[in-house]
Each structure stands twice: as C-alpha cells, then as structure tokens.
Design a protein around this ligand. Structure first.
Ligand SMILES: [Zn+2]
Length: 144
C-alpha cells in the first residue's frame, strides 16, 4: 500500500541514535530549567518583593525533603522512622546540624554553614550526614 514511501523517510537526521541524544539533552535541559524555576520562589511569591530569599534545603537520599527560608531560629526534625533522626537548626543567616543519631557525628562536627562562611568552608554550602543520607544545602538568595 505505502510501497515507495519507505526510502524517502529514512533521512540521516532522524536516525534513532541522534534522536535519543536530542531527547536526553532536552530532558536534562528541562530538569535544569525546572530546578531553577522551583528554586526558593514558592515562599516569596506572595510577598511584596520578588527577590529570592536565602533558604536551606534538606535532602534525604538526595530527594528534597523540605526547604525553609532563613529567619528566626527553628529546628527541623528529620525522622526517617527507621531509627535515623537528624535535627537541623535554621538561623537567620544559615543552618547547622544540631543533633544526629549517626555514629560518627561528622555532620554535627561540620558546624554551621552561613551566608558569610560557606565560600570558605571545605564543604561549601553543604552539611552532609553520610550514615543517615541526610544533606543540607544553603542557597543564597538574590542580593538587593
Ligand atoms: Zn551524621
């Protein structure tokens, strides 16, 4: 029925390999785009200024668990209901791991990450608890 159409459609630019690559690239770009979009903007959308607030993002197993804007001191408890518990204290200018059930306590010893010190820290904007797979990232908002 469609007999001779076959050959004409087999152009190089549509080869499956190139297509896969294009799709992969597109997905990566989309992911990046979404990551940027989702930034810290949820919280500030309703406020008078549009500038992005500095915030702290907490991940479990590299999945985002919660994000909290810097501000008054508060403690975020991360209870994975398997005996692993971490507590992150958020302050006006950063955060620190104030409690952890992990054996090595490295995360607690990593001290606080703040807007002032993260550029000089060995771990940069991160506090990492490897045993519990909890990571904390400080994201600096836009300066005025
Ligand atoms: Zn730890």
């Amino acid at each position: 029925m469609h007999g001779h159409l076959g050959h004409a459609q087999q152009k190089n630019m549509c080869s499956p390999k190139k297509r896969m690559r294009l799709i992969t690239t597109a997905l990566v770009l989309l992911a990046l785009f979404l990551a940027v979009l989702c930034g810290c903007q949820q919280k500030s959308s309703g406020e008078k200024t549009e500038k992005q607030e500095s915030c702290v993002v907490i991940y479990i197993n590299s999945k985002e668990y919660t994000r909290v804007a810097l501000g008054e001191d508060q403690v975020v408890e991360i209870d994975q209901s398997n005996g692993k518990i971490n507590k992150v204290t958020i302050t006006a200018d950063g955060a620190f791991m104030s409690y952890s059930t992990c054996e090595n306590q490295n995360c607690v010893l990593q001290g606080s990450v703040t807007l002032d010190n993260y550029a000089q820290r060995a771990l940069g904007e991160w506090i990492i608890c490897l045993p519990n797979q909890v990571t904390v990232e400080l994201i600096e908002g836009e300066a005025e």
